[in-house]
Design a protein around this ligand. Structure first.
Ligand code: SF4
Ligand code: SF4
Length: 319
């Protein structure tokens, strides 16, 4: 039987590895010539011990987005830096990357983001943050992270307005500009295509050239089967010829093509409440670990096969 570590990489996973390599080059310039050796040792440690090489961390359940129709918790959980430290310190091997991100939330809504980043930076080789860009302050922009990914839902003000109920287009453009001026990190801008922005590809290119965004990509919005966030069926870019979704006769989004493997095979997800999950998209139908311990990490290392064989209900909607 093919070992799960020697299996063929999916295109998404290959793309992710290329982006990680590009980030690594940026980090190398900043951290000096010994850093690649440390990176190699850490990556080898993860492989030998069968541990995930990447940890995605949700700093808070809060969000600064105010998207139309998004239902947010009244009292959002906020991850304490000590809890993140406990999880990272109990891992049998250090992770290569710690990536701060949200799942129906945004890292910039956490009042403790700087402390979380500092805790992670001491315990991994690369830190990165995915955000919608709203709520960025000068202090946050100056943090020592290795990569920022700013996700925008549209590239014109007209296609932005139906998605975000506040006129925040200019605020996000300012945030990207601030990051590019103040942060030592690689800054990437990602356009997520939704129904109102499904024809924004050209406008995005113009915006990128105008603002000098060197690193950019275009992705499709993901279906949210819970129907609470921006990923509701009515927002999907189903009219785009390359949309990963089409509608079933019952009107439910289904994937156009059956993808192989899991795009997040080498990562796990830590919620703001401190629960370790196989990925950000499983909300109850998969395994979980609620307390940090070496045994919890060992059990989590066994999730990879179920992820790759797309065994969970949420995998049906994962492009
Ligand atoms: S849809 Fe996402 S970005 Fe928008 S408010 Fe909700 S959680 Fe935030
Ligand atoms: S939903 Fe399934 S395929 Fe998608 S990232 Fe999660 S485990 Fe992987």
């Amino acid at each position: 039987m093919l070992s799960i570590h020697s299996r063929t990489k999916s295109p998404v996973e290959r793309q992710r590895m290329l982006r990680t390599a590009a980030t690594a080059l940026t980090v190398l310039k900043r951290r000096g010539p010994i850093w690649p050796l440390k990176l190699l040792i850490t990556a080898t440690g993860c492989r030998v011990k069968g541990m995930p090489r990447g940890i995605m961390v949700e700093p808070t359940q809060g969000c600064t987005g105010h998207c139309t129709g998004c239902v947010r918790p009244e009292v959002p959980a906020v991850m304490a830096p000590t809890l993140l430290e406990e999880w990272l310190d109990s891992a049998p091997s250090k992770p290569v990357t710690v990536h701060f991100t949200g799942r129906h939330s945004d890292p910039l809504a956490s009042p403790l983001l700087q402390e979380l980043v500092a805790a992670a930076a001491e315990r991994c080789m690369m830190t990165s943050i995915s955000t919608i860009g709203l709520g960025l302050t000068g202090g946050i922009a100056g943090m020592k992270v290795d990569r920022w990914i700013v996700s925008i839902p549209a590239a014109t003000e007209a296609s932005w307005k139906p998605l975000r109920d506040r006129d925040s287009f200019d605020d996000v453009m300012d945030a990207i500009d601030t990051l590019r001026r103040r942060s030592p990190a690689m800054v990437e801008v990602v356009l997520t295509l939704w129904k109102s922005s499904e024809r924004d590809g050209e406008a995005f290119e113009e915006l990128a050239v105008l603002n000098g965004w060197k690193r950019r990509q275009v992705v499709f919005g993901r279906y949210d089967p819970e129907g609470q966030s921006i990923g509701r069926v009515e927002n999907l870019a189903l009219g785009h010829p390359s949309s990963p979704y089409t509608l079933s006769p019952e009107g439910r989004p289904v994937l156009v093509r059956e993808p192989r493997g899991c795009p997040l095979a080498g990562c796990v997800f830590l919620t703001a409440g401190g629960t370790l999950l196989p990925c950000p998209f499983l909300t109850g139908d998969g395994p979980r670990e609620d307390r940090p311990s070496e045994e919890a990490w060992r059990r989590a290392s066994g999730w990879r096969e179920a992820k790759d064989s797309r065994s969970f209900a949420a995998c049906r909607f994962c492009p």
